[in-house]
Structure formats: C-alpha cells, structure tokens
Design a protein around this ligand. Structure first.
Ligand SMILES: Nc1ncnc2c1ncn2[C@@H]1O[C@H](COP(=O)(O)OP(=O)(O)O)[C@@H](O)[C@H]1O
Ligand SMILES: [Mg+2]
Length: 223
C-alpha cells in the first residue's frame, strides 16, 4: 500500500491548479499582495468540479494567510461551517456575527471563517451571507461546485479561484508515486488514459491508478 500522506499537499503551492492564474491568485492572497478584506472584498471563493482539492485548500488557507501576512501562526483554529447542514439566513448571520463579535487573538486581529459548499445555501441564506461579508474583521474562504447557483453580490465580494481539471500530464508525478508503491512499472502512455478518465478528481486519479497498478501486478505474477 502507498502512503496517502506522501502525496497530500502540505502548502497551498503544492496543489495542482487547473491554470497558473489560480496559483497566482492564491499566492497573492497568502503573501498579502492581495490584502483581505480590501475594497469591499473579504472572501476567497474556490470553485470547480469535485475532488480538485477545494475543501483541503480551504482548510489550509487561514493559517497560510495569517503566517504569510504577519509571520505568526493562527492563535486559534479558524471556524468551519459545513453548509450541508442546511442553515437558513438567520442562522448564517447569527453564526458569523457571534464569531466576529469576539476578540480575535490572531496577530492580524482578523477572524477566519470557512464556508464549505455555499451553493447548498438557500437564496435567502446567501443574501445574509453577502451582508456578513461586509466586514473588516474577518476573512472568508468559500467553496462551491457550482458558481451559477451563487448570488451575484456574493461573488462580487470574493476573489474567485478556479479549481478544475488540469492537463493530464500534471498528475503524472502523483501517478508515479502510486505506481511505485505497488512495485510495478507502468509507462506514461499507459497512465495518461487512466488519468484522463479521472476527470480532474484527485480521489479518482489515485483510486484508478492504484487499480491499474494492482491489475498490472497480478498479470505480471500470472505470466
Ligand atoms: N492538488 C492536489 N494535490 C494532491 N492531492 C490532492 C490535491 N487536491 C486534492 N487532493 C487530495 O484529494 C482528496 C480530495 O480533495 P477535496 O479537498 O475533498 O476536494 P473537493 O473539496 O474539491 O471535492 C483529498 O484527500 C486531498 O488530499
Ligand atoms: Mg469539498
């Protein structure tokens, strides 16, 4: 078996991005070249298909931003709100108001709030969220599979970062690690179709390549 830890991204720069603009936008936010909140924008919205690392990156960003902009790690963990639990507008604003009304212990003086899968919020809940983003006390990290389901005003308050499928070749280093752990040899021409079939989902890349490697291994043993 291979060690999942070996291929898990450790910093925002380790992620596979579908384009360089996404990598740059994340870099600017982390270094403070793009300050947040600033000029009415207080959020980063990671959008794109399943399995491209949105939730993983969202969880990593608060500490990365705090460290990158102040040199200090977060004093307290960020607040994570999974939108699947079905919050209404009142619950969204109450939850956020409660967080923002406390004193932040971070060097930046800011609170970090993650909202995972914001598209599942009702229209009314998204409107409340939009108002909550009008603050200078917090930095918001949002994720969604579906930009078209989001309130336009909410989008306008965020830096948008696309997280979709990258070129198949980009996933080869990960595929090689998975293959190597199975103690077989597969060349890139064999791996590329498998990677393409995964459609940008890292979960599928890892799973499908591992299956291909096991199959190759048992064929080898049979011959
Ligand atoms: N760019 C990446 N490089 C390496 N591993 C990744 C990358 N993106 C995602 N992963 C891994 O793939 C899995 C799925 O990521 P996740 O954040 O749940 O995706 P999403 O929220 O976009 O559906 C996680 O186990 C994560 O560690
Ligand atoms: Mg997710």
């Amino acid at each position: 078996m291979f060690n999942q830890d070996e291929i898990s991204p450790k910093t925002p720069d380790d992620f596979i991005y579908s384009n360089e603009e996404s990598r740059l936008r994340i870099k600017d936010v982390v270094t403070g070249a793009q300050p947040l909140p600033y000029a009415g924008k207080s959020g980063v919205l990671l959008y794109g298909i399943y399995g491209t690392g949105k939730t993983t990156l969202a969880n990593m960003l608060p500490n990365a931003i705090e460290k990158g902009t102040t040199g200090h790690v977060q004093a307290l963990p960020e607040s994570y709100i999974g939108c699947r639990q079905g919050l209404n507008g009142v619950q969204v604003s109450q939850t956020i108001d409660k967080i923002l009304s406390t004193q932040s212990l971070n060097a930046s003086g800011k609170h970090y709030i993650i909202l995972d899968e914001v598209d599942v919020l009702t229209k009314q809940a998204q409107e409340s969220l939009k108002s909550s983003l009008n603050t200078t006390r917090g930095v918001f990290v949002l994720t969604t599979n579906s930009v078209s389901k989001l309130d336009k005003g909410l989008l306008d308050r965020c830096i948008l970062v696309e997280m979709n499928a990258a070129d198949p070749e980009t996933y080869l280093p990960i595929a090689h690690k998975v293959v190597a752990a199975h103690d077989v040899v597969l060349n890139d021409e064999e791996l590329i179709p498998t990677i393409k079939g995964a459609n940008g989902s890292l979960r599928n890349v890892i799973n499908n390549v591992a299956r291909q490697a096991r199959r190759a291994k048992s064929n080898q043993a049979a011959n």
